[in-house]
Write a protein that binds this ligand. Sequence first.
Ligand SMILES: O=P(O)(O)OC[C@H]1O[C@H](OP(=O)(O)OP(=O)(O)O)[C@H](O)[C@@H]1O
Ligand SMILES: NC(=O)CC[C@H](N)C(=O)O
Ligand SMILES: [Mg+2]
Length: 508
Amino acid sequence: MCGISALLLADSSQAAVSELLESLGLLQHRGQDAAGIVTCGHKGRLFQCKGNGMVRDVFTPQRLMALAGNMGVAHVRYPTAGTPADSEAQPFYVNSPYGIAMAHNGNLTNDSELRHFLDYDAHRHINTDSDSELLLNIFANNLQKTGKFRINEQDIFSAAAGLYGECRGAYAVAAMLAGFGIIGFRDPHGIRPLVFGRRKSSTGAGYDYMFASESVVLDALDFTDIEDVQPGEVVIVSKTAVTRRRLVVEERITPCIFEYVYFARPDSTIDGIPVYNARLDMGVKLASKVRQALGDSIDIDVVIPVPDTSRAAALQLSHELGLPYREGFNKNRYVGRTFIMPGQEMRRKNVRRKLNAMPTEFKGLNVLLVDDSIVRGTTSQEIIQMARDVGARKVYFASAAPAIRFPNVYGIDMPSIDELVAAGRSDDDVAGAIGADMVFFQDLDDLIASCRAFNPRIAAFDTSVFDGKYVTGDVTAEYLHKLEMRRSDAAKQKKPGDGEVIGLHNYK
Ligand SMILES: O=P(O)(O)OC[C@H]1O[C@H](OP(=O)(O)OP(=O)(O)O)[C@H](O)[C@@H]1O
Ligand SMILES: NC(=O)CC[C@H](N)C(=O)O
Ligand SMILES: [Mg+2]
């Protein structure tokens, strides 16, 4: 689940880089593997810094100074396609036509077909295994068709319409055309989020405009008039105007429900739904599930969240059940999110490095641990053991999301059904596998209701990891098999080619 942003400052003498950097800091929770910024300065020259690592590692003061210009595009990466190579850090760039830099959040489901088309028909060289490089080249190929010396907004809409016709899957995009402006668009189902907003220029030069994956970025940087880019909509911010057009209107738009469960920051609002409030409501509904299962014999002494994401749901659940809420696990704030780390061994070790159980909160007690989700079971397994090690008597485990039993193909790296602890298991079997006395999973209808409560206009969500229904309609068993072969933990152990691909990155 990558994070993307793009900024155009009205005053051409100002530099966009410091706020782009800040935007990446605010989106770090969406991708910890690579980061990058491309800016556009005088004479339409593009400047780039990107590479593997956290935001704080990739950008040194010296590298940042070199990123000149009043507009730019930025990215933090959590790979879901291709390899972890530096060369797949984003934004991607192509020189023709016009000079385009692009940052992509999501995952294309027809990447093999697009790769073939770009090679055999469009004759465009693709230098990495990244699906995002394909997306950029599809856009470039469509823009090329205009055949013009200088383009206008209509040409960009035509290129995007071509892309909508050719690309399947999930894509929220922030792009920049050298010397022209910035562009944001979302796939027709609106699976991945994208917002934009404006702000009066500090020098009175007009309005600054920004796109970002999450509204928290725009809030923090004092932007106002924050709106979602609509599914299937293209928003173009040039030096002189903002032009938007909804090119595809799907019958049902289906934002990814896992954004509300886990990915997004609680202080963001996505498609009109405040994430924190949706999580509180998940806690209310999960409480009634626990009550239903245990009836009058609730023998729980204390409710304890698994930091960080589950806190809102756990708090509200404890309130509903009239049980004390205690912070039993202390979190090391310097260890990142474990679920989005590559490789099971790394994830497992980091749960232990990150969370430490405080014996006073567990000794001799029946505890209810609450997490937002159980995916591979890495966190729950470790944490339940930790609770027992410090003297917990019974350990119940509640998940604010239903059991995850199907792979994700839209930008969450859950490619393999075999890695999902709940796949093919009953709830009792899951409890056995993670070492809990009992598990409680949210019902899917309740999860959907928790989100819809804040925006009933959204009739449905992408809930594929819970029900195996893929909203783009093109996900076959063969595709899922190929994905698993390419991206399971076992497949990732095989190293990519050792050779350095052509230097489109400059981190080292
Ligand atoms: O069953 P698993 O495969 O372990 O995945 C689920 C866990 O991973 C996530 O936590 P993470 O540490 O990534 O982030 P957080 O600090 O935001 O909760 C999520 O919040 C669950 O705790
Ligand atoms: N999580 C994402 O959005 C990933 C974007 C893209 N598919 C990549 O792997 O780089
Ligand atoms: Mg967690």
